[in-house]
Design a protein around this ligand. Structure first.
Ligand code: ATP
Length: 320
């Protein structure tokens, strides 16, 4: 009975020549709210699809609720609730009709489905709007309904892929606190993906960080956050290049630099660093800067540090 909700062992998946998930071993205990964190393209969605048995691993094994994903995908999908990217609600149906329709698909009896739909709509503060076709709803309300739907037949485990994608921080916080209430009250295990560390902190008691398909770290959020306490400078704009990185890397106040799509991320040695010389240097080198933001303890800073440390370990291993 105390078997973990999810166990993966050396789970690997290739899209042709691209290794999307590499030897991933993780354990999610029953009742946990577990966040799989990672930047875009890290492999998070692929992991969820593997766990639901929608993709066949290239190698390695995953067990969900004790069932091997390669043999029991259908049973896993029946016994869990899932929210995948692009999952649609029925726009012409009302909120209540959407839930009841889903209840029928899940072969719940009508009375039970109605009672549970009511409970969820009340819990997620959607009851007053239950009879409106959801096409008139805001994005936040639809997301809430989509998340509520995963809980309809009281599954032991729900898997949510970026459940707060496109939501503002207030809508995110509300959704998370309502979700948390249900999970705690009903003992539901939650496995969710996000690329925002601050969000994971609100909800998850354990997180794993995935980067380029690899598990970089796993543990309580506070521990991982401490890893990323380094001060960061996020510079949004365009035209960043390797020559600029080389120039910046020579400066004492710069610890690390990464070019990202439409932004440059600089780890600073000190939170009080005077940043205008760095910005001037970039502008003089031709960068087109739109916005400069100081930040710390973000997922980016944790990932940056972990990648740097892994690389240092590899360099040491190569040198001996
Ligand atoms: P995001 O946060 O942007 O949704 P993610 O962490 O969920 O990203 P995945 O969608 O799992 O990442 O993608 C992991 C890698 O696999 C990426 O490099 C992606 O381009 C690649 N990939 C995903 N789906 C396919 C596919 N159908 N065919 C080929 N490559 C794919």
């Amino acid at each position: 009975m105390n078997q973990p909700a999810i166990i993966t062992d050396q789970l690997t998946f290739d899209f042709g020549a691209l290794r999307a998930v590499e030897r991933l071993s993780l354990t999610v205990r029953r009742g946990a709210i577990y966040g799989l964190l990672g930047p875009n393209g890290a492999g998070k969605t692929t992991v969820i699809r593997l766990l639901l048995g929608l993709l066949e691993p290239t190698s390695g094994v995953a067990r969900v609720l004790g069932m091997k994903t390669t043999h029991y995908g259908g049973d896993i999908r029946r016994r869990t609730g899932a929210l995948l990217e692009g999952d649609k609600l029925y726009e012409n149906l009302t909120a209540l009709e959407n839930l009841r329709y889903y209840g029928r698909l899940r072969q719940m009896n009508e009375q039970e489905s109605l009672a549970r739909s009511q409970e969820l709509l009340v819990g997620f503060e959607l009851w007053d709007r239950r009879d409106e076709p959801i096409q008139t709803w805001s994005r936040g309300m639809r997301k809430k309904l989509a998340v509520a739907r995963t809980l309809l037949n009281r599954p032991e485990l729900i898997l949510l892929d970026e459940p707060t994608g496109g939501l503002d921080p207030v809508a995110t916080a509300t959704l998370y606190s309502q979700l948390q209430e249900f999970s705690v009250r009903e003992g539901t295990t939650i496995f969710l993906t996000t690329h925002k560390l601050s969000e994971a902190e609100q909800l998850c008691n354990e997180v794993a960080i995935l980067y380029a398909g690899r598990l970089m770290a796993e543990g309580p959020v506070a521990e991982l956050r401490a890893l990323g306490a380094a001060p960061l400078l996020l510079i949004r704009g365009d035209g960043f290049n390797e020559a600029m990185v080389a120039l910046l890397a020579r400066r004492r106040e710069v610890v690390d630099i990464r070019i990202q799509p439409h932004s440059l991320l600089i780890e600073l040695a000190d939170a009080d660093t005077h940043i205008s010389p760095l910005i001037n240097l970039l502008v003089e080198s031709g960068a087109d800067i739109e916005e400069v933001q100081r930040t710390n303890a973000s997922l980016e800073s944790v990932v940056m540090r972990l990648v740097r440390e892994k690389k240092a370990d590899q360099d040491i291993a190569l040198a001996v």
